[in-house]
Design a protein around this ligand. Structure first.
Ligand SMILES: [Cu+2]
Length: 110
């Protein structure tokens, strides 16, 4: 891929991230050897957030996604899309991680 095209994709990604998902629109996330991508997810208080998470590698210890504050502990089988739903009840940061907390991310609730 040409560098210009890559820059374009990155710019689009950033724009999408700032806008955040429309209400009810699922957020797709992959788990790679770098961890959760994206690892920063916007959400709104009182609105259902749907995550569609697919682990694409065995080269990671992130074989689950845990959100202690939301009571979520979802196993992530390799190559299978896992649906996680939650409705944040307060604004602020909702942290998520693998079971050993080596890979982390945050849901930013506004
Ligand atoms: Cu881990």
């Amino acid at each position: 891929m040409r560098p210009a095209a890559l820059g374009m994709l990155l710019a689009l990604g950033v724009a999408a991230c700032h806008r955040g998902p429309a209400p009810g629109e699922p957020v797709r996330m992959t788990v790679t050897k770098n961890g959760y991508e994206p690892w920063r997810i916007p959400a709104r208080r009182g609105e259902k957030l749907v995550l569609l998470v697919t682990r694409t590698t065995d080269q990671t210890c992130a074989t689950e996604l845990v959100i202690p504050e939301a009571g979520v502990n979802a196993p992530l089988p390799l190559g299978r899309e896992v649906r996680i739903e939650l409705t944040p009840e307060k604004t602020g940061e909702l942290r998520f991680s693998c079971a050993m907390r080596m890979f982390q991310g945050v849901i930013e609730v506004r």
